[in-house]
Design a protein around this ligand. Structure first.
Ligand code: FAD
Length: 246
């Protein structure tokens, strides 16, 4: 989707690389772009003539199951993060699509299936490691660099380069989830029901309504493949036996 020609793309592997990139860009008056998961629809993870700091090679996630926390490198996607925490029956609110980057999604707020019960992704951010425009490394949290930490939780990125993020985790293991596809002519009825249902639904139920092209999946009749449809995708994190009735 994005047609940009950066001057160079640096695939960083450690904080020292990020500091070196920032210093190089500043000393040579270059624009700097930061690429986390690369999901920015307007393509803000790259820029014409810029030096791109690309976190694609830094995807490690360290889970502390006793403390129920996880520290993740800035290039991880939600698929990476969920894979790491699910092994311990834990999760935090993240994006609805696995390939979205954790970094900018969290720095911009972050809403997902678990948000009704556990808040936004940024509400679950405990601390963030940051390289500033001056090339300094610091850790922002509720106790240190509080004003920067406030800006990182929803401010949209670019308040420095975040190299890792620490999250609070919650006990989420087996879930009941799925997609329901409706014909477009029923969209108004579906949307009204969705609005009323969600207003009083238990917090263990997360869902979204969207308009999409019918996916080529075996349970959707072929004449609906590629046609406009209304979809509701839901996830229930309460007692699995209750899932089908939700
Ligand atoms: C298919 C799809 C599904 C989505 N689903 C959801 C959803 O369920 N919930 C939701 O809340 N949002 C969702 N989004 C929006 C998503 O949060 C944004 O697109 C977000 O930018 C993705 O993060 P990224 O790391 O992949 O971004 P990138 O494209 O890598 O970066 C975008 C911007 O963030 C800055 N940035 C990136 N990494 C860092 C860093 N480490 N430090 C400082 N700044 C940085 C960059 O400078 C750039 O300006 C979705 C987007 C798409 C395309």
């Amino acid at each position: 989707m994005i047609d940009k020609r950066p001057a160079a793309v640096v695939r960083v592997s450690q904080v020292a690389d990020v500091i070196a990139c920032g210093n190089f860009a500043r000393d040579n008056s270059m624009d700097l772009a930061v690429r986390g998961g690369g999901h920015s629809a307007p393509g803000f993870g790259t820029w014409d003539g810029a030096l791109v700091i690309d976190f694609a090679n830094t995807t490690g996630v360290r889970v502390d199951p006793a403390a129920r926390t996880a520290r993740s490198e800035a290039g991880a996607t939600w698929a990476d993060f969920n894979h790491a925490t699910h092994a311990f029956g834990l999760a935090t609110p993240g994006g609805i699509v696995g390939s979205t980057g954790i970094a900018r999604l969290t720095l911009g707020g972050g809403i997902g299936y678990l948000s009704r019960k556990y808040g936004l992704s940024c509400d679950n951010l405990i601390s963030a490691d940051v390289v500033t425009a001056e090339g300094k490394f610091l850790t922002a949290s509720e106790c240190d660099h509080e004003d920067l930490f406030w800006a990182l939780r929803g401010g949209g990125g670019n308040f420095g380069v975040v190299t890792s993020l620490e999250y609070r985790l919650h006990p989420v293991d087996v879930v009941h989830a799925g997609i329901i596809i409706y014909q477009m002519e029923n969209a108004q009825t579906v949307a009204k029901f969705y609005r009323d249902h969600m207003a009083s639904a238990p917090e263990e139920f997360g869902a979204f309504l969207a308009f999409a092209l019918g996916p080529p999946v075996p349970f959707l009749p072929e004449e609906w493949h590629g046609k406009s449809v209304c979809v509701v995708v839901g996830m229930w994190t309460g007692d699995p036996a209750e899932g089908p009735s939700r």
